[in-house]
Design a protein around this ligand. Structure first.
Ligand SMILES: CC(C)(COP(=O)(O)OP(=O)(O)OC[C@H]1O[C@@H](n2cnc3c(N)ncnc32)[C@H](O)[C@@H]1OP(=O)(O)O)[C@@H](O)C(=O)NCCC(=O)NCCS
Length: 164
C-alpha cells in the first residue's frame, strides 16, 4: 500500500531511532519539519506512478491488526534512465526476520515482470552489511563503488538485470 500523508507520525518515529539512521546519515533523526518540508512530498511524488514508496505492514504486536513497520521503495534510478532503485527502511524491532528480503524480492520481480525495467539498482554505504546482504539475497550483484549523485557520499552500487 502506498505511503500516505497520514503516515507522518510513523515515518517520524521510524527515523527517530539512531540505529535505523546509522548508515543513512550517521544516526541523526529526521524531524517532522524535515518530513513536512521535503521528505514526505518526495515520497508522495510517485503516487500516480506504478512504483513509489510502499508501507511495510505487519501483524507484529497484535493478532489481527496490521501495523506500520517501515517502508520499501521502487523509484527512478539516479544512475540509469528508465531503471528503478530498490530501497527499504524498517523498525529495529522487526529486523532479522527476513522482511526486507521478502519485500525486496517481491519488488525486484514486480520491476522486471510487470514494469519491464531493464535494471534494478540499490546503494548502501560499504559498512551497511545488513543492507548489502539483503541486496544480494534479492539477486543484486556488486557493480561499482561511486559517489552518490544526490547524497555526495561514496556508496556501493548493486544491480540486477532480468533473467534472459
Ligand atoms: C537493512 C534492513 C532493511 C534489513 O532488514 P531485515 O528485515 O532485518 O533484513 P533480512 O532479515 O531480510 O535480512 C538481513 C540479512 O542481513 C544479514 N545481516 C544483518 N546485519 C548484518 C551485519 N551487520 N553483517 C552481516 N550481515 C548482516 C542477516 O544475517 C540476514 O542475512 P541471512 O538471512 O543470510 O542471515 C534493516 O536493518 C533496516 O531497516 N536498517 C536501517 C535502514 C537502512 O540501513 N536501510 C538501508 C539503507 S541502504
Amino acid at each position: 500500500m502506498p505511503i500516505e500523508p497520514r503516515d507522518m507520525d510513523n515515518l517520524v518515529a521510524l527515523d527517530s531511532d539512531p540505529e535505523v539512521m546509522r548508515f543513512i546519515n550517521g544516526g541523526v533523526a529526521n524531524s517532522r519539519e524535515d518530513y513536512e518540508a521535503e521528505l514526505l512530498p518526495r515520497m508522495l511524488a510517485f503516487r500516480h506512478q506504478p512504483y513509489g514508496y510502499l508501507k511495510a505492514l505487519s501483524s507484529v504486536g497484535t493478532a489481527d491488526t496490521q501495523v506500520f513497520v517501515g517502508w520499501f521503495h521502487l523509484r527512478p534510478s539516479y544512475f540509469e534512465e528508465g531503471s528503478l532503485e530498490l530501497g527499504y527502511r524498517l523498525q529495529r524491532r522487526v529486523w532479522g526476520q527476513g522482511l526486507a528480503t521478502e519485500g525486496g524480492k517481491a519488488l525486484v520481480a514486480h520491476a522486471f515482470e510487470v514494469l519491464k525495467a531493464p535494471i534494478v539498482d540499490a546503494c548502501a554505504l560499504a559498512d551497511n552489511l545488513g543492507s548489502i546482504r539483503v541486496m544480494e539475497k534479492c539477486g543484486l550483484r556488486f557493480a561499482e563503488e561511486c559517489k552518490h549523485p544526490r547524497a555526495s557520499v561514496v556508496v556501493q552500487r548493486y544491480i540486477c538485470k532480468p533473467e534472459a
